[in-house]
Design a protein around this ligand. Structure first.
Ligand code: SF4
Ligand code: SF4
Length: 130
């Protein structure tokens, strides 16, 4: 199985604390996080709907209804981590890269500006939390 991941989800996963768009979304998010952390698979960076989006109500026929916004988040993450769409990378390497280059540099408000969850995530934006 290929694990496709939108780059900005490398951040969302690290800040996940049980909130989400629907019960199904939350369950899938938790299962996905457990799988990634347990098996550390190769993930494929994509600018399309991914394993997290698969149960999201905002995924309409395979396209995010906020695609313009989330593509901006993705581009910001790719720039900060020097990765690109189509890259393959081990999950834990991606997780640590996003942590080092974005989270520990407290760049979240810049990277995810105007995300509806930003207040929740920035409250947890402390290195010793993650
Ligand atoms: S602010 Fe939004 S995009 Fe950024 S990590 Fe949190 S949920 Fe994800
Ligand atoms: S809001 Fe969009 S990018 Fe985020 S999980 Fe849902 S479909 Fe995917």
């Amino acid at each position: 199985m290929k694990y496709y991941l939108r780059p900005h989800h490398s951040l969302c996963i690290q800040f996940f604390c049980g909130n989400g768009y629907s019960p199904e979304f939350i369950k899938n998010m938790q299962n996905t996080i457990n799988t990634l952390d347990k098996y550390d698979p190769l993930v494929y960076l994509t600018d399309k709907c991914d394993i997290i989006c698969s149960t999201c109500p905002n995924n309409q026929n395979g396209k995010c209804i906020s695609d313009e916004k989330v593509k901006r988040f993705d581009d910001n993450v790719l720039k900060a981590t020097s990765l690109s769409t189509g890259s393959e990378i081990q999950w834990k390497t991606l997780r640590e890269l996003a942590k080092k280059e974005i989270i520990l540099k407290t760049m979240l408000p810049e990277i995810c500006r105007d995300c509806q969850w930003l207040n929740i995530c920035t409250k947890r934006n402390r290195a010793d939390d993650l």
